[in-house]
Design a protein around this ligand. Structure first.
Ligand code: CO
Length: 148
């Protein structure tokens, strides 16, 4: 497998609107997407887009994915139970071929959490267990169509 670009850093938050205000007012973010609910993963999500270089236009840079649980049994609820203020939840890397990447990690004995499914970017994703990934919950995502 060939590692692709880091697509986003997932950040869990108990209050999405407060986190949006933080990135806008404290961090100076100027490109934050409208929140939407990802029913399947029981989260309300939005993206803070960072520019591809200092002073550059938005787009092309990486994103912070803000995640607020919508139910008590959301995967993010468990994280917030241990980290009530929220915090870094996962890293997401792009790959060209999601099926090949899944096979690669399975072949390496890494535990994959659930089926490959459509993620917040509308492309196939899966998660690899943090205990098999040096402590980091890792999302693998097929490159969005037209991204390259
Ligand atoms: Co993610």
């Amino acid at each position: 497998m060939k590692l692709g670009r880091m697509n986003h850093i997932g950040v869990a938050t108990p209050d999405l609107d407060a986190s949006i205000a933080f990135y806008r007012d404290v961090m100076g973010a100027t490109d934050i997407t409208e929140p939407f609910v990802l029913e399947e993963q029981k989260v309300r999500v939005c993206f803070v887009n960072t520019p591809n270089h200092s002073g550059g236009d938005a787009g092309g840079g990486t994103q912070v994915e803000l995640l607020e649980p919508t139910t008590a049994d959301s995967p993010v609820s468990g994280f917030l139970a241990k980290n009530p203020a929220g915090g870094q939840h996962h890293l997401c890397f792009e790959v060209e071929d999601i099926a090949a990447a899944r096979e690669w990690f399975e072949g390496a004995g890494k535990r994959i959490l659930g089926p490959t499914r459509i993620g917040a970017h509308g492309t196939p994703i899966f998660f690899v267990h943090p205990k098999d990934m040096n402590g980091i919950l890792t999302e693998i995502m097929e490159v969005p169509q037209g991204a390259h």
